[in-house]
Design a protein around this ligand. Sequence first.
Ligand SMILES: NC(=O)c1ccc[n+]([C@@H]2O[C@H](COP(=O)([O-])OP(=O)(O)OC[C@H]3O[C@@H](n4cnc5c(N)ncnc54)[C@H](OP(=O)(O)O)[C@@H]3O)[C@@H](O)[C@H]2O)c1
Length: 238
Amino acid sequence: MSTYLITGANRGIGLALFKQVAAKSENTVIVTVRDETKAEQIKKLGYKNVHVIVIDIGDTLEAFEAAFKSLPELAPNGFDAVIHNAGVLSEGTMSKFGDHKLSEFQRVWDINFLGAVKFLRSILPILDLNNKPVKVLTVSSSGGTISEMVFACNSYGASKAALNYITKEIALERKERGDIFVPIHPGVVDTDMTTELKGKYHLISAEESAAKVWELVDKLTLEDSGKFWSYDGSELPY
Ligand SMILES: NC(=O)c1ccc[n+]([C@@H]2O[C@H](COP(=O)([O-])OP(=O)(O)OC[C@H]3O[C@@H](n4cnc5c(N)ncnc54)[C@H](OP(=O)(O)O)[C@@H]3O)[C@@H](O)[C@H]2O)c1
């Protein structure tokens, strides 16, 4: 019997992640979606062990804190794993630096980086209500790698590199508590985000990505905390 929290669960990788753990009725799964319509879509799936919280990742820290007020009651024994998955791709991700719209740097930063900061800030005090060590995965991307960058990902890559930084920072801060914080690359996955890649690259299914991510969650130990992981269990360079 385990308790999970997953953001961005209404489609793509988040939907596959949540369905795979919700399929075991003894688990408790708390998911976040952007609005009520999407909450209704999840509720219609009929899982009795799934609770839906509505929060737009672009909203304020205060809105996150208000949305998560029910978490201590929904997860009285703490969490086994938390996956911050919600994110956006930039328009013209692989364009030349000078061609990438400034407005995209702002939009993608607000969701992929500041959204993650607010999510993590609001969740940490809730994790501290319980002594149980937790595994927290932030869904990053190999496109955020700096040391072995082979192609540019502009605002998307920069937002994920920054996400990696804060995830590692929190990993260091919370290692003594036994918490495991890791950024992960979920693979190149067939979702709405990769429509433009279809037919050009080999895409794995969201179900395959999610299954491997859960395998990774099971395997992660405290020694692995603060490292950047691929969904297939290999370590990636920052
Ligand atoms: N697909 C890939 O190949 C790939 C590769 C590397 C990394 N990733 C990362 O994996 C994660 C999931 O991607 P995906 O491929 O599953 O993409 P997706 O199908 O586009 O799903 C994105 C999810 O994030 C949610 N989201 C976006 N903006 C939000 C906001 N402002 N507030 C609340 N929720 C918001 C979406 O909700 P709505 O439906 O409400 O928009 C949706 O649930 C992302 O962080 C992405 O960067 C994906």
